[in-house]
Design a protein around this ligand. Structure first.
Ligand code: C2O
Ligand code: CU
Ligand code: CU
Length: 484
């Protein structure tokens, strides 16, 4: 426990009086005071849990608690008391067993985002509900050829996904490379956002924010506000970056350092790709090499215009456009030049479905409807319908390659996510891709169109696709798919 700050003590002490004297107004003032984060602490890494002899067995307890967020105690939700939860490190061919313990006051469950594993039974089955006070034993078997990369876990109980993630329930999964890449340091950087009130409680989110997709006032890396770390010049670091924000897009830059992308979402590029910036939609991950140069560099998140709701003026309502972006973490490079490391081993490029026979073509239409439902919310639909757990929207024959046209008829971006089976981007707003680009979350721009191809190999079973602005998912922008 950290001692309560003077400011917090004042707020706590003053709340009763303000509440009585000023009534509701006093309460609202106290509850909406700015979060005042502690910045500049040393970057902390979530605890690693590594598989041995082809097995990783972990217990994940989802529970409320006093958890350090932005350097202060917050009443949040965590896995095993931390935000993020432990980092799970596995290899292709491993079995991952997770005992999920639900000590929340509401149902939850677990999803292993991006892993190519079975969605059936006690696998990556998002239709399971784990009730408060109960446990569930998940078991995932990674195929022998599972792509290496950065993945993550989070709850997937329809209706509360955004709230549970916003409150702190997420963690990293790393599938290690078959041939290790030599690096001086590896860092896991889980980026999340949330809003705390003056008492350190996670703030409730109004309906309007949910429809737009909530963006928290604090952008955190491993639960910290602009943490710092150091390196020597000429070092090669590997950063595993996860966008665990409910709705915020991250356009990232790290000026002054050399960046090479090893891959995005799952798999590796055949050669590392030099980049200046990268866009991570909610759910996306980057596997990045940073070759260091003397100086101070901040990893900055810049504004991405993701449009607005129909009938609304302006854009990115509560996303202030700061020309310098927001510093997420700061790297200081000084000292003696490090000895060069061995070249990055080449990898067999990803599969390419451009010349595959297409067994079926489908239209997936993402829409934000003007008709308000009974809840007073705008309707967020896929092919005109809101999610219904008992309905299967898409039935696919196992073994087929399909082409899906993702059409966004709304004036805001939607990041489209398909579970279990990654998507190859074939065409984006009329432009064909010349190289094989794979993602498990694909941004479909406002009023835009993206064509993807999916190889429904290996696994059968029922799973889901949805918008990874998780407020939209909770509001119904999700469909069920069955491969049989
Ligand atoms: Cu990270 Cu169904 O999603
Ligand atoms: Cu997922
Ligand atoms: Cu959306």
């Amino acid at each position: 426990m950290q001692p309560i700050s003077r400011r917090q003590a004042l707020l706590l002490g003053g709340l009763g009086a303000a509440g009585t004297a000023a009534g509701a107004t006093g309460m609202i003032w106290a509850l909406s005071s700015p979060p005042d984060p502690v910045t500049g602490a040393k970057l902390v890494q979530p605890q690693d849990q590594r598989s041995a002899d082809r097995l990783l067995q972990v217990r994940l307890e989802a529970a409320p608690g006093q958890i350090l967020l932005a350097g202060k105690q917050a009443a949040a939700l965590g896995y095993n008391g931390g935000i993020p939860g432990p980092t799970l490190r596995v290899q292709a061919g491993d079995v991952l067993k997770i005992k999920l313990v639900n000590n929340l006051a509401q149902p939850t469950n677990l999803h292993v985002h991006g892993l190519h594993v079975s969605p059936e039974g006690n696998g990556d089955n998002v239709f399971i509900s784990v009730e408060p006070g109960s446990t569930f034993d998940y078991e995932y078997t990674l195929p022998e050829d599972h792509p290496p990369g950065v993945y993550w876990y989070h709850p997937h109980h329809h209706g509360t996904v955004a709230d549970q993630i916003f409150a702190g329930l997420f963690g990293a999964i790393i599938v290690e490379d078959p041939d290790p890449i030599e690096v001086s340091t590896e860092r896991v950087l889980v980026v999340s956002d949330t809003t705390l009130d003056g008492l350190g409680n996670i703030q409730a989110v109004p309906a309007m924010e949910r429809m737009m997709g909530r963006e928290g006032q604090l952008i955190l890396v491993n639960g910290q506000s602009n943490p710092q770390f150091t390196a020597r010049p000429g070092e090669r670091e590997r950063w595993r970056i996860i966008n665990a924000c409910v709705a915020r897009y991250l356009r990232l830059r790290l000026d002054g350092q050399q960046l090479q992308l090893l891959g995005m979402d799952s798999g590796r590029y055949p050669q590392p790709e030099t980049v200046d910036d990268l866009l991570l939609t909610p759910g996306n991950r980057a596997d990045l090499l940073v070759t260091t140069t003397t100086g101070e560099s901040a990893l900055r998140a810049f504004h991405h215009d993701r449009g607005n709701m129909p009938g609304m003026m302006g854009s990115g309502a509560r996303n202030p456009t700061q020309p310098d972006g927001t510093a997420l973490a700061t790297l200081r490079v000084s000292g003696e030049q490090a000895a060069p490391l061995a070249a990055v081993p080449a990898l067999k490029g990803p599969e390419n479905l451009t010349s595959s026979a297409i067994a079926a073509r489908r239209q997936i239409v993402l829409a934000a409807g003007m008709g308000m439902g009974a809840s007073g919310m705008m309707r967020f639909t896929i092919n005109g319908r809101e999610f219904n757990e008992t309905r299967t929207d898409t039935t696919v024959a196992a073994g087929n390659v399909e082409e899906w046209t993702l059409t966004n008829t709304s004036p805001m971006d939607h990041p489209f996510h398909l579970h279990v089976w990654p998507m190859q981007i074939i065409e984006e707003n009329g432009q064909s891709k010349t190289t094989a680009v794979w993602r498990d979350v694909v941004n479909v721009p406002a009023n835009g169109r993206v064509k993807v191809r999916v190889a429904f190999n290996d696994f059968r079973g029922r799973s889901a696709y949805h918008c990874h602005i998780l407020d939209h998912e909770d509001l119904g922008m999700m469909g069920a798919i069955e491969v049989r």
